[in-house]
Design a protein around this ligand. Structure first.
Ligand code: SF4
Ligand code: FES
Length: 236
């Protein structure tokens, strides 16, 4: 099938503004968009910049905006974004993060916000036996959140970040909840306090765009709302 891939380009060394460039690509409907991008880079235009590593939805490096929706190029099949010969697939870098080159964004803000929520277990108590145990039920309270690959698709999809760039964002809150709900963690008050402010959980307006964008099916909006409820409960 012959399709057109329309890619946002920007090279800081020579361009004053971004622009779109079209490439004609021959691709099978069952191939992934990442295959098409690699085909362009290998055989048409070696200057095209994008990140990728695992090619299997695990590393989170090839998140981008595809026909207006955020997702992973390696988990997007051509047939899901182009149905017939001549269809165009528009590919842009993630929103809310500065573009470094073409589809490559500077992830610093995203990871700074992730580090801010202290994404590690806090527990100074002596370990009884070899490990800190928890029941299956205790683990299931936050199981989905452990699947995060920090791809930032949710961060790009969040409409709140259009108007409030300081908002900590959906991934950071979902990862805060991952430890808030962990029966082995002992920093609940500190974690809730970090998010009880105008850049924490409260700007979230429940648009559900993060949940829809997440390639790992994490219940992000639900986890944000559970965090809000816990903050209210702990304030009293
Ligand atoms: S929550 Fe989902 S969309 Fe957001 S960074 Fe993690 S895996 Fe990516
Ligand atoms: S290349 Fe690793 S998630 Fe797509």
């Amino acid at each position: 099938m012959k399709i057109i891939i329309n890619i946002q380009r920007y090279n800081p060394d020579i361009d004053t503004a971004s622009y779109f460039q079209k490439y004609d690509v021959e691709a099978e409907p069952t191939e992934r968009l990442l295959d098409a991008l690699m085909q362009i880079k290998r055989f048409q235009d070696g200057s095209l910049g994008f990140r990728k590593s695992c090619a299997h939805g695990v590393c989170g490096s090839d998140a981008m905006r595809i026909n207006g929706k955020d997702g992973l190029a390696c988990k997007t099949l051509i047939k899901d974004v182009a149905q017939k010969d001549g269809d165009t697939v528009t590919v842009e870098p993630l929103h809310h993060l500065p573009v470094q080159r073409d589809l490559i964004v500077d992830q610093k803000d995203f990871f700074d916000k992730y580090r801010f929520i202290k994404p590690y277990l806090i527990n100074d108590e002596e370990v009884e036996g070899k490990e800190r145990q928890q029941t299956q039920e205790e683990r299931m309270a936050f199981d989905d959140t452990t699947n995060c690959i920090l791809c930032a698709a949710c961060y790009s999809a969040c409409p709140v970040l259009d108007k409030k760039p300081d908002f900590v964002g959906p991934a950071a809150i979902a990862q805060a909840y991952r430890f808030i709900a962990d029966s082995r963690d002992r920093a609940l008050d500190e974690r809730l306090e970090l998010l009880d402010n105008k850049t924490g959980v409260w700007p979230c307006e429940n648009h559900f765009k993060c949940t829809q964008a997440c390639p790992r099916s994490i219940l992000i909006t639900k986890r944000i709302n559970q965090t809000k409820s816990l903050i209210k409960k702990h304030r009293r």
